[in-house]
Design a protein around this ligand. Structure first.
Ligand code: CUK
Ligand code: CUA
Length: 667
């Protein structure tokens, strides 16, 4: 080993053992021929690239040789791209983009009858929407642990929630909230995915109605919706869903209680000032008006009780949707408030459900509330008053367990298996590791409720995601910091910069967090992500049967096998049953008359993994991705005469270019 290198290594200190092991095998002769050569090469690469020891260790921890798989899979919000990103960890390789609220050509998402219909479910008052602002992905849970079956995600801009089936990683349903225009605190799930939670944000009159801002306190309302999930059908059941009317504070995030707090949900709020803006008219701007009071309200909601109340018929109906009025929620003991310091942001429940961690945003603390104390205060009626809507306010001192000064701009908190919590610090651009107390004290050596280490991130972190870090059984190991700004981290690509996902090793206790990897995200803006152990996912490799309809997850009546291809004309309708296989469509010629309605079913009859065929037809905006076994249908009116070559858009074989046909529209 060279002298300079040795000195660099000693100076670096981190991960020294591992490095010395890798690099010293050359000196000891190595067991396998070639190892010594590799190690010499490794040394020169390290030298040439000017890598520090911790860089080499980081590289060794994240590099996956070709053909090896990641240990974890991260589902990340795609922000206002309206999509979901699927990323491998620790490699940080992008594995998949799932089209959700936005048409996505490669997947044919939004270009077939079935996928157009799913997108149309998300129309607002009949208006077509082709984007969504995705914030919080939520994996389905069984007993408060990810079960790998479904993924939900909300669209903040239009108050919609989507359901993705993880058997094929495709969106199956979009529901539009019938009472709210926009949302924010979604999509979190209750511990057995009984409900998908969708909390509101900017208060409006419920039911998409008009009311003057002068009548804000009277006519505007907040809300939280509980969407009933039917796991067997893999769909949200709107009829069994309901909402809770809330005061017109701006509800922010929600989290479901679990373990000891199962049956409850917690949401925070800001703008309890009920500021209505109007800086142009001399009013305080929202940023000031909504931040005057020292305290806002943590919403403590008994959803099991709410469910009973709805079953007993004690609700009103707004826009065809069941809504529990505030008065009923108060009378039935469904809704309580707890003061929380000034415009907080994240609300996160600890793995066992004992504590609710609220991050200050404008306050440098996280405030930790005890669920047990909350229950006691409710039973003993330890109220410090009521808000203007009659909601009882629990006494802060009666329910708070601890406050930890974590730093500037605390936003979101995650947990690990070593008794640590992690909170993102937006203003400080850091992630704070701090110790939990109570039952978690035995998991770590430090004092409870104290900051142990802060690791700088680059820059302006929003959410963080730890491996299974919001379940009852977090894995620790990895944490991803979802940074809003990247500033100087990447090659300049113009004024719109990528966001920066940074992978952090959190496996070692104490002050040993290590930054491993920067992943630029070229679409955005992602908010939250969840990280699941890869072996909990069990997606199909090809669709179960030839002629499969991913919309119904069953055999499509129009799915066919080889030999069943046909073209049938009925009056002015031409219906085509076509197969696709390497390297041809059958039929290859489709001739219709101008003005004919065309219904076209295409089945990919391949059984080989990865043998996807595309189908691109110019002019009518048709572009399909047809995976092995899948059947897709398109429908359009051939309203222009001419000759239109359709072709396979996936390079599927050596004769892929020949995989085409003519669609001829006669005058
Ligand atoms: S929010 Cu974006 S950083 Cu929508 Cu969860 Cu906090
Ligand atoms: Cu099929 Cu190219």
């Amino acid at each position: 080993m060279g002298r300079t290198l040795k000195r660099t290594l000693l100076a670096g200190g981190i991960g020294l053992g591992l490095l010395v092991f890798v690099l010293s095998s050359c000196q000891q002769g190595g067991q396998t021929p070639g190892v010594s050569g590799l190690s010499k090469e490794a040394q020169s690469v390290i030298k040439e690239r000017g890598l520090k020891p911790q860089d080499v260790v980081a590289a060794l921890k994240t590099y996956l040789p070709t053909g090896q798989y990641d240990e974890y899979i991260m589902f990340s919000s795609g922000g206002h791209s309206g999509q979901v990103l699927v990323i491998g960890i620790p490699s940080m390789r992008l594995l998949r983009v799932i089209g959700v609220f936005t048409p996505e050509p490669w997947q044919g998402w939004g270009y077939s009858k079935e996928t157009e219909e799913i997108l149309a479910e998300g129309n607002v008052d009949g208006k077509k929407i082709t984007w969504g602002d995705t914030h919080h992905p939520a994996l389905s849970e069984t007993d408060a642990d990810y079960d790998g079956q479904f993924l939900f995600i909300n669209d903040k801009a239009h108050a919609r929630v989507a359901v993705i089936d993880l058997r094929d990683f495709e969106t199956k349903q979009i529901v539009k909230n019938p009472i709210a225009i926009s949302d924010h605190g979604g999509a979190m799930v209750t511990p057995n995915t009984e409900y998908v939670i969708e909390g509101g944000q900017y208060a409006t009159p419920l039911g998409w109605k008009y009311a003057s801002l002068d009548d804000y306190a009277k006519a505007y309302r907040g809300m939280v919706t509980l969407w009933k999930f039917d796991r067997k059908k893999g769909r949200i059941d709107k009829k069994q869903s309901f909402a809770l009317e809330l005061p017109p504070y701006w509800q922010d995030l929600f989290d479901a209680g679990k373990g000891v707090s199962e049956g409850w949900i917690f949401g925070n709020s800001f703008n309890t000032e009920m500021s209505t803006g109007g800086v142009e008219e001399g009013n305080p701007p929202f940023e000031a008006g909504a931040s005057q009071r020292d305290m806002d309200y943590l919403h403590v909601i008994n959803w099991k009780k709410a469910e009973e109340v709805v079953k007993a018929g004690k609700y009103k109906v707004i826009n065809g949707f069941k809504v529990i009025p505030i008065e009923t929620a108060v009378k039935e003991g469904i809704l309580y408030f707890v003061p929380e310091p000034k415009s907080p942001h994240g609300v996160d429940v600890t793995p066992g459900g004992e504590y609710i961690v609220v991050a200050g945003k404008l306050d440098p603390h996280v405030t930790i509330y005890s669920f047990e104390k909350i229950q006691k205060a409710i039973q003993e009626k330890k109220f410090e008053g009521k808000d203007p809507y009659g909601v009882p306010i629990l006494s802060f001192d009666a329910v708070v367990e601890a406050q930890v000064e974590v730093g500037l701009g605390p936003l979101h908190t995650q947990f690990d298996n070593q008794g640590y919590a992690y909170t993102s610090l937006f203003l400080e651009s850091a992630v704070a590791r701090w110790t939990l107390g109570g039952p978690y004290s035995k998991l770590h050596k430090e004092e409870p409720w104290t900051v142990v280490q802060k690791i700088p991130v680059h820059y302006n972190v929003g959410h963080i995601a730890a491996a299974e870090g919001d379940t009852k059984d977090p894995d620790g190991k990895y944490l991803v910091s979802l940074n809003k700004w990247s500033v100087d981290r990447f090659t300049n690509v113009g004024p719109l910069l990528p966001q920066n996902f940074q992978l952090i090793d959190i496996s070692k206790p104490g002050t040993n967090m290590q930054l491993l990897y920067d992943m630029p995200i070229g679409l955005g803006e992602p908010h939250y992500a969840q990280i699941i152990k890869a072996d909990k996912l069990n997606p199909w490799e090809v669709y179960p049967e030839i002629g499969w309809n991913p919309g119904t997850q069953s055999k499509d009546p129009n799915g066919i096998t080889a030999g069943q291809e046909k073209i049938v004309r009925k009056g002015k309708t031409v219906e085509i049953w076509m197969t696709a296989v390497r390297s041809h469509y059958n039929p290859e010629r489709v001739v219709v008359r101008k003005g004919d309605r065309v219904i076209w079913h295409i089945t990919n009859i391949e059984r080989a993994k990865d043998a996807t065929h595309g189908f691109g037809l110019p002019l009518w905006n048709i572009n399909l991705s047809i995976e092995p076994g899948e059947t897709q249908t398109i429908e359009f009116v051939a309203d222009k005469e001419g000759v239109f070559p359709f072709y396979c858009t996936e390079f599927c074989s050596a004769l892929h270019l020949e995989m085409m046909g003519y669609f001829i529209v006669k005058p």
